[in-house]
Design a protein around this ligand. Structure first.
Ligand code: KG4
Ligand code: ZN
Length: 374
């Protein structure tokens, strides 16, 4: 394993060894894309340890995740990541009460690595095992309200039901979260996800992978009014998204621009204008969702954003504004729990364990596993 890529994230400020003897301890494992990650969380919401091995440097030269390379990197990293997670929490496997791992959706080679590791540990130690849906990890982590909460949005008690904007690299959905395992789909993308759009724009501009954080940073110093990007579906009723038109418009604008005009200012303005179109689409669709009969009947008190795109400060700010205008609370995970991580899997593991959802017979991990099929 290349230790240079081992990003150790410890969020256990309130955790360490202070957790109550009576709290349930869960070891969660994530391996569905390009992060091999594990965390130990207790049922009092303390993160005792959290290790993320990021493969980003290995995929960067290909401009995106290469599934076979990802699976191989997970195999090389997984044992060390789990061992370190236990060490950093000052625990042995005997101290752990529940094992949880992502069982899908995701790149199946990687999912299998984490799932088989978890199954092996659970079988060898005779401990309960939870098959976590990766999307449910994103969806429930705002409820963790980790000790590291840094701003008001991360410090909210998120109660069911809530209205969730789930925006990651693979998914873009508006959901009503009625409870653990209870999701109602209100709208979703008809083509690309929001994260994918960020990644593609970044690639077109030659800025690198993953595109979200790079475009976000550029957008902060750019002029969002310089270029006009379409806002697909925003003149139509409903809560579905479409981002492929924005991508095509970007391609056409770039093809028309002489290379000598594409300087730093051009790139910053381009990123800002693109990001503003994505933000407008998200708020437009959420606005419609608030007027949807299903949402009105459920009467959610909190609007929540989760998934990698939740790291975007413009998305967070626009959603907070919409929530406030609509008399709702706004919640988001802390920045380092937005993109893929083991803590969200451990937390979803604990939430499922609490309601008795443990694996009772061998299961097959799933590359596709919608939240509505839990
Ligand atoms: O949730 P995630 O880590 O992986 C999936 O489950 O897909 O999300 C990764 C996505 C990538 O597309 C990445 O470009 C995007 O989240 N992302 C962002 C930002 N940080 C990550 N998008 C916009 N702004 C950001 N700051
Ligand atoms: Zn994810």
């Amino acid at each position: 394993m290349n230790n240079e890529n081992l990003i150790i994230t410890d969020m256990g400020a309130s955790g360490d060894n202070k957790h109550s003897e009576h709290a349930t301890l869960c070891l969660g494992i994530e391996s569905s894309c390009d992060e091999t990650s594990a965390a130990i969380i207790d049922s009092d919401r303390n993160i005792l340890s959290h290790i993320i091995y990021s493969q980003i440097p290995e995929h960067q030269k290909y401009g995106g995740v290469v599934p076979e390379l990802a699976a191989r990197a997970h195999i090389l990293a997984i044992d060390e990541v789990i061992k370190l997670t236990l060490e950093r929490a000052n625990k042995t496997i005997d101290d752990i009460d529940v094992i949880a791992a992502t069982a899908g959706p995701g790149l199946i080679g990687g999912v299998l690595v984490g799932w088989m590791a978890a199954t092996g540990i659970a079988n060898a130690t005779n401990k309960p095992l939870v098959a976590v849906n990766h999307l449910e990890g994103h969806a429930l982590v705002p409820r963790l309200k980790a000790a590291s909460a840094t701003d008001s949005a991360t410090n909210i008690d998120v109660e069911f039901p809530y209205l969730l904007m789930l925006a990651s690299g693979g998914h873009c959905q508006i959901l009503l979260v009625h409870g653990v395992g209870k999701y109602e789909l209100i709208g979703q993308t008809l083509d690309d996800s929001a994260g994918e759009a960020f990644d593609k724009i970044s690639k077109m501009l030659g800025l690198g992978y993953p595109g979200g954080p790079i475009v976000d940073k550029r957008a902060q110093i750019g002029d969002a009014k310089r270029f006009h990007f379409p806002r697909p579906l925003c003149d139509k009723p409903g809560c579905d998204f479409s981002f492929s038109g924005i991508k095509t418009a970007a391609r056409m604008m770039l093809d028309k621009t002489p290379e000598s005009d594409i300087d730093e200012t051009f790139i910053n303005d381009f990123c800002a204008s693109f990001q503003s179109a994505v933000v407008d689409c998200i708020t437009n669709r959420l606005h419609n969702a608030l007027n949807d009969e299903r949402v009105k009947n459920a009467n959610p008190k909190t609007m929540v954003v989760a998934g990698g795109v939740a790291k975007n400060s413009a998305v967070r700010a626009a959603m907070e504004n919409l929530a406030n205008k609509s008399g709702m609370l706004f919640a988001a995970p802390p920045m380092n729990l937005c993109t893929d991580n083991g803590a969200m899997i451990a937390w979803a593991g604990l939430e499922n364990y609490r309601i008795g959802k443990v694996v009772s017979e061998p299961i097959a991990p799933r590359p596709r596993w919608p939240l509505t099929e839990l």
